[in-house]
Design a protein around this ligand. Structure first.
Ligand code: NAP
Length: 296
């Protein structure tokens, strides 16, 4: 039990991760302010994080105990084609939020990605060398550096490919595979790159546990990492979906072609979290069944 109900500001609250973070923290009866940009319904506050004056006014008004900064542009094709624009959100806004958090005395957890690694020598420790292969990964690495430069006491939480309740199947690189299964057109799916997918509710519970420790006075800062416990190729994920929902998969062939911009196996070491007693993993078969059932 905490002495005080914490006030949490969540950016990216309309996104795949942010929606579940807001839901789970509210279920714990924490005081949550969700911030979004274009999808501002269900009580979210609209703020363009690229507008520094708006962000300063928002944080000074809300005075959160903790900011979870989950907003980012993460669709690789958008980042490749609109790199400068993406940097304004992924990098510049992250640095600005970090400096405001420090100034206001708010704690900060900035969400980053396993795409900061090149995937050649897993599992990656938090201080292993980063070498992003894509512009997206580069913006996230630059965002980590911007945050820790402005606010060395901030936390970074690197997460792997995410799945969870989606507004459209294409919203997650995992759930979009159901579309491939349901469409009878022949298609090849990667059986090369390895991924450790995490359910967004597991990441939300990890954030809850991190903040609960902070609120009890434990000092935690720097880089933390979480990867799901099961390692699967996308082809193997489609086989799991095919089995759960009894869908034919003969039209899907495994592809062994490396993707130029994708890390082969970016599994991350979880020990900085597990040493704090923090660990949440939903079995992939159960997690994906829950998320995809509404789409059948
Ligand atoms: N999804 C994954 O598989 C994955 C994997 C590893 C790491 N991550 C990281 O996890 C974090 C959350 O990702 P996600 O999958 O939840 O992303 P998402 O579903 O694409 O959501 C992005 C969020 O950012 C908000 N946003 C975009 N432009 C904005 C702006 N100018 N001002 C304010 N907000 C803006 C969006 O708001 P509107 O939609 O309302 O415009 C939305 O809430 C990101 O940092 C991402 O890099 C994600």
């Amino acid at each position: 039990m905490l002495d005080k109900v914490p006030r949490i500001l969540v950016t990216g609250a309309s996104g795949l991760l942010g929606r579940t973070v807001v839901k789970i923290l509210k279920e714990r009866e924490w005081n949550v302010v969700g911030v979004a940009f274009s999808r501002v319904d269900s009580g979210l506050i609209k703020c363009d994080l690229r507008n520094q004056e708006s962000v300063s006014a928002l944080i000074e008004k809300e005075k959160p105990d903790v900011i979870i900064h989950a907003a980012a542009e993460r669709f690789p094709d958008v980042v490749e084609n609109k790199y400068e624009e993406t940097c304004l959100l992924n990098v510049k806004a992250s640095g600005h939020i970090a400096s405001l958090a420090k100034h206001c005395g708010s704690k900060l957890i900035h969400i980053s990605t396993d795409y900061v690694f090149d995937g050649t020598s897993p599992p990656y420790k938090v201080d292993d060398e980063c070498n992003p292969l894509s512009k997206y990964g580069q913006t996230k690495l630059d965002s980590e550096r911007a945050v820790l430069t402005e606010y060395p006491a901030a936390c970074i939480l690197r997460v792997p490919v995410l799945y969870g309740p989606v507004e459209r199947l294409e919203e997650s690189a995992v759930t979009c595979l159901l579309g491939v299964l349901k469409n009878s057109e022949p298609k090849s799916v990667s059986h090369y790159d390895k991924r450790c997918p995490a359910h967004v509710s597991d990441i939300a519970r990890i954030l809850y546990d991190m903040i609960a420790l902070m609120m009890k006075g434990k000092t935690i800062s720097g880089i933390f990492q979480w990867s799901g416990i099961e390692k699967l190729t996308k082809y193997e994920m489609t086989l799991v979906m095919s089995q759960i929902f009894s869908l034919p998969h003969a039209h899907i062939t495994p592809s062994f072609t490396p993707g130029a911009l994708r890390p082969y196996d970016p599994e991350m070491d979880r020990s900085r979290l597990t040493e704090l007693g923090i660990s949440h993993h939903t079995n992939f078969k159960d997690g994906i069944k829950d998320c995809l059932t509404p789409w059948l």
